[in-house]
Design a protein around this ligand. Sequence first.
Ligand code: MG
Length: 253
Amino acid sequence: MIILKSREDIQHLRDAGHIVAEVHALLLENIRPGVTTKELDQIAESWIRKSGATPSFLGYPPGSRVPFPATICASVNEELVHGIPGPRVLEEGDIITVDVGAFYKGFHGDAARTYPVGAISDEATRLLAVTRKALEISISQAIAGNRLGDISGSVQEYVESQGYEVTRQYTGHGIGREMHEPPQVLNYGKRGSGMRLRRGLTICIEPMVLIGTPHTRVLKDQWTVVSANNKLTAHFEDAIAITDGEPEILTRL
Ligand code: MG
């Protein structure tokens, strides 16, 4: 867990987050029917490297038997997280979650968005809106003096009130010199419980939302996580810093 103290460290974390936000702006321009997930990966990687950063996910985790082989996680439709970019061509009506991580001057940035590909169904539109709003609601709970459970509980309460499910297996996390640091930021829990939030704590909050089941399974590639019922899923994530007032969102322009 990292509690930021020096101005320099905070600035590096902001810079890493800014690069991630720029990649998402580029992706927004390039996600359309006909593009492959590999092309999106190349766009992200070249921007990250041009910015003097390196992709956080490529080769992650170090020393593993099946390290992640790309810059972005590209997860289409029923794929919740950790999809591997490749020759798949996006089609009108798909939704694609892109998770981006960049490492810059010793610090990581990390953020995910689910994008529509062309015109999408009403069901998909609503799923994206609810997941995005779950992120906004939970970020608003990320205030010094509140507890971790205020973030987690607000995600679960809102998502379930809208008739959807939250994953139990995949969580947000602390972020700083390591991409994944304590504490785990669950997508479910009880308000008023858990660690007290304090100024300088930097975390990724990342609601992952499913339709009709909270359960998932991992495909044979050992990375791609899909909903157990193959229904659509969505995922929005930002890295934020706890301050004395409103949280600072590090991964938006
Ligand atoms: Mg993350």
